[in-house]
Design a protein. Structure first.
Lengths: 116, 115
């Protein structure tokens, strides 16, 4: 079946603008994650959604970052007043359930954000 | 705070040689994942290790987990050029009280296999 999809694949914006990044998880997956990957680095956790539970926002780096998820489907990550340090690849992942015996996450292709 | 350290971060090896990538982590967990990332691509799941002593093999790659030592290894046997990629280990932070099922990633090992 279809994997995790993300849009846009690339986004170039000017410093101070707001951006929205979209993630479509694998159908039926209840858990959804956002990660950030800076150039040459590993992934940093941003936020986690599980069903209708309150999201875990502990990884969001500042109040300029927010995310929403509609039920168990699409999620959007919004970055307000973008800064150059926000330039990174933003990866979305989904998994079957946070309550499963294990939590293999399936990743989307990512959105490469460049802030000029 | 859970820390995950991989070494080496860069590895250049000749085809046909063997090598091991190490992944150390700082807190109790028995869920460890290995991913592969090709340049400009997303992450591809390689192995899921769920218990002490777990060993999994796929082709020229073999992963193992020692939860007592808090160590996982990814062993490459008779490397071929197609294995060139960046390899990440990731640990499930749940057992460290993080409260969610986020994965904490190492910085990755960039592997270059030279023909």
């Amino acid at each position: 079946g279809a994997g995790v999809s993300q849009s846009p694949s690339n986004k170039v914006t000017e410093k101070g603008k707001d951006v929205e990044l979209r993630c479509d998880p694998i159908s039926g997956h209840t858990a959804l994650y956002w990660y950030r990957q800076r150039l040459g680095q590993g992934l940093e956790f941003l936020i986690y959604f599980q069903g209708n539970s309150a999201p875990d926002k502990s990884g969001l780096p500042s109040d300029r970052f927010s995310a929403e998820r509609t039920g168990e489907s699409v999620s959007t990550l919004t970055i307000q007043r973008t800064q150059q340090e926000d330039s990174a690849v933003y990866l979305c992942a989904s998994s079957g359930s946070g309550l499963a015996p294990y939590n293999e996450q399936f990743f989307g292709p990512g959105t490469r954000l460049t802030v000029l | 705070e859970l820390k995950v350290e991989q070494n080496p971060l860069f590895l250049s090896m000749q085809e046909g040689k063997n090598y091991t990538i190490y992944c150390n982590y700082s807190t109790t967990s028995d869920r460890l994942y290995w991913y592969r990332q090709d340049p400009g691509k997303s992450l591809e799941s390689l192995f899921v290790l769920l218990s002490n002593g777990a060993v999994k093999q796929e082709g020229r790659l073999m992963a193992s987990l020692d939860t007592k030592a808090r160590l996982s290894t990814l062993h490459i046997t008779a490397a071929v050029h197609d294995l060139s990629a960046t390899y990440f280990c990731a640990v499930d932070a749940t057992y460290s009280g993080a409260g969610s099922y986020q994965l904490t990633f190492g910085k990755g090992t960039k592997l270059s296999v030279i023909p």
